[in-house]
Design a protein around this ligand. Structure first.
Ligand SMILES: *Cc1c(COP(=O)(O)O)cnc(C)c1O
Length: 446
């Protein structure tokens, strides 16, 4: 059987043939315990054999609805036909030269596409790397070189990766930084805007953030402010109107590089190519990764030319950065977002699934808020009548849904949210199936 036949075989429906996880998954999971350390934790130990669009098929033959997408990576669906074709073709031509040794066109094409799509006037240049954390690392590095300053400002509830620098930038100590110290220095974590909990307007929240940073770091010591326009791991926190523009204006006045970490929220996920477009801000540097290459590892650091040009030749790069196969896949992703009208699909999902979630909110008072944009939606779950996080309920609901063949993931500093990252191709029918499983899960865990 060819893999094309396998792809065609996967129907877009939930279908369980064993309990979840099934016997074959459990067997592999047992083998895994002996050779893979527990630090590489798998949230949902079902072993996947193949996938297409919104459905993953496990090694026992169960078809599960993927509402996580490897945390927003398979934004245009698993094994998108154009991405698979582009990657296959590139694999047969050349898989590696090292761009900083001998170059190839797909890297240049991805840089052109990013320059075209990041919100901002003027000239933009791109460095390609392999992962979101590498994008953040390089964004900070480039901002420091440009400004000649050391300080890095981040926000509460932020997540930026698991390398030494980025794990020090995350809000959560455990599990990302705890015991791995010393943590990187010159990082200042300021209060963010979290409308459900702080009750502040965007302007008030921005004042608080700025005051904090001026008192702790001092604006003149800051190289950059790194912001997720919609916080991912933090629980899909959408800042109040006016918050991000006020921060961007303050950065501009003080020569601080404004870096938008769009690793989770970018690449069409929220209904615009980059989520920050919806806040009317033109960042100095935009970081992309996760969804950019349809499942292949790639990350972009795209910044104003004058900032990017400060690094000396050889100062930026890495062996695998901007791998030709990943680049070919990314070119196909940009093409598919356009040709399949996926920005509009993100809006459709916001309507259909956001609507279904709000209906659930009306039925279950444990849902304190439905928030997010496009196909980046979350619910915050609390002890009814309070704003106290209820992580146990979150975990029970996710566990229940998993056993029914719906892959969900939690989020939030206190594990208080369930996040939904469906592929932009997920049909209304599948989305409503997810909502009905959620309804059962809420009822079963009351
Ligand atoms: C996932 C994520 C990262 C880290 O990306 P990796 O590819 O896992 O290194 C950084 N920033 C944000 C906002 C993310 O969601």
């Amino acid at each position: 059987m060819t893999s094309d036949m396998l792809e065609a075989e996967i129907t877009q429906e939930r279908k369980l043939v064993t309990e979840i996880p099934g016997p074959r998954s459990r067997e592999i999971h047992e083998r895994r315990q002996r050779v893979i350390p527990p630090g590489v934790h798998t949230v949902f130990p079902v072993y996947i054999d193949r996938a297409h669009d919104s459905i993953v098929v496990d090694v026992d033959g169960n078809q599960l609805i993927d509402v996580c997408g490897g945390i927003g990576v398979t934004t245009i669906g698993h094994t998108d036909e154009a991405v698979v074709a582009a990657a296959r073709e590139q694999v047969g031509k050349v898989t590696h030269t090292l761009f900083t040794m001998n170059a190839y066109e797909p890297y240049v094409r991805v840089a052109e596409l990013l320059a075209e799509h990041v919100p901002g006037d003027g000239e933009y240049k791109t460095l390609l790397m392999n992962s979101g954390a590498e994008a953040v690392e390089n964004g900070v590095k480039i901002a420091r070189k440009f400004t000649g300053r050391p300080g890095v400002a981040v926000l509460e509830h932020a997540y930026h990766g698991r390398t030494m620098l980025t794990s020090s930038m995350n809000h959560k100590g455990a599990p990302y930084a705890l015991g791995y110290g010393p943590r990187a220095g010159d990082i200042y974590r300021a209060p963010n805007s979290h409308p459900l909990h702080d009750g502040l307007t965007g302007e008030e929240a921005a004042k608080r953030t700025i005051k904090y940073l001026e008192k702790t770091a001092g604006a003149s010591d800051l190289a950059c402010l790194v912001v997720e326009p919609i916080q991912g791991e933090g629980g899909f926190v959408v800042p109040a109107d006016g918050y991000l523009p006020a921060l961007a204006a303050w950065c501009k006045e003080n020569g601080i590089v404004f870096i938008a970490d769009e690793v989770q929220a970018g690449m069409a996920r929220t209904g615009t190519m980059f989520s920050i477009e919806q806040f009317g801000v033109q960042p100095d540097i935009v970081l992309s990764a996760k969804g950019i290459a349809g499942g292949l590892p790639l990350a972009g650091i795209t910044g104003r030319a004058e900032i990017m040009d400060k690094s000396m030749p050889g100062g930026l790069g890495g062996t695998f950065g901007g791998n030709p196969v990943s680049c070919a896949a990314a070119v196909a992703v940009f093409e598919r977002i356009e040709s399949l009208g996926l920005l509009a699909e993100a809006k459709r999902i916001e309507q259909t699934f956001g609507g279904a979630l709000r209906e659930l909110q009306g039925e279950f008072d444990a849902i304190a808020e439905v928030r997010g944009k496009g196909a980046m939606l979350a619910i915050e779950i609390v002890k009814p009548g309070t704003l106290e996080p209820d992580a146990d309920r979150v975990n029970a609901i996710i566990d229940y849904a998993g056993k029914q063949g719906v892959i969900l993931l939690s989020a939030g500093l206190y594990g208080e949210a369930i996040r939904f990252l469906p592929s932009l191709k997920m049909s209304d029918e599948l989305l409503l199936d997810v909502a009905s499983v959620l309804r059962e899960a809420f009822a079963a865990t009351a």
